[in-house]
Write a protein that binds this ligand. Structure first.
Ligand SMILES: [Zn+2]
Length: 168
């Protein structure tokens, strides 16, 4: 295991965020399996909240998808794994209120919880299915093929990733 991943694993065990992830995944009926780099994937999550198709708590990546579908979505997987690193950097579950503030700031600026959210930006907006929006709420890329509101209204409760677009 890469030393950085070993450090992330140790940090998220000690700060309790991975334990929280195991509890939430289990409560949602997810099946936990190792996914490399010290990460666990909890697949088949069934609770209605958070609404995201995938989210991260400590070293646990929780998803509504099945294990194979999620782990083969390499960009989404990498995005959620970066959130796991963010938990380690933030000292654990204190990331949740910080994420909430960042999501609120993003929403106030753009009407979208992720576009200007520093946690989502650093995890990779495109990998997480987010669109980079300007202050006006219009796509920075001026791309009109996907409505800019497609990721709006998502619960900002947990760092996660919204329903994937048809284009992937
Ligand atoms: Zn994310």
């Amino acid at each position: 295991m890469h030393p950085g991943h070993r450090l992330r694993l140790a940090a998220n065990v000690l700060n309790g965020s991975t334990l929280a992830g195991i509890v939430v995944a289990s409560a949602g009926g997810a099946r936990l399996r190792p996914a490399g780099d010290g990460l666990l994937v909890g697949s088949g999550y069934q609770l209605p909240v958070p609404r995201a198709a995938a989210f991260c708590l400590g070293n646990v990546l929780v998803t509504r998808l099945d294990h194979a579908a999620f782990t083969s979505s390499t960009r989404v997987f990498a995005h959620e794994a970066r959130h796991a690193t963010q938990y380690a950097c933030c000292g654990g579950l204190v990331m949740l209120p910080l994420y909430g503030i960042a999501a609120a700031v993003s929403w106030a600026l753009t009407g979208d919880f992720g576009s200007r959210n520093v946690f989502e930006q650093r995890a990779g907006l495109a990998d997480g299915g987010y669109t980079s929006l300007g202050i006006s709420g219009r796509s920075c890329a001026e791309v009109s093929s996907h409505p800019s509101g497609s990721t709006s209204g998502r619960s900002p409760v947990l760092p996660g990733q919204g329903p994937r677009r048809a284009s992937g």
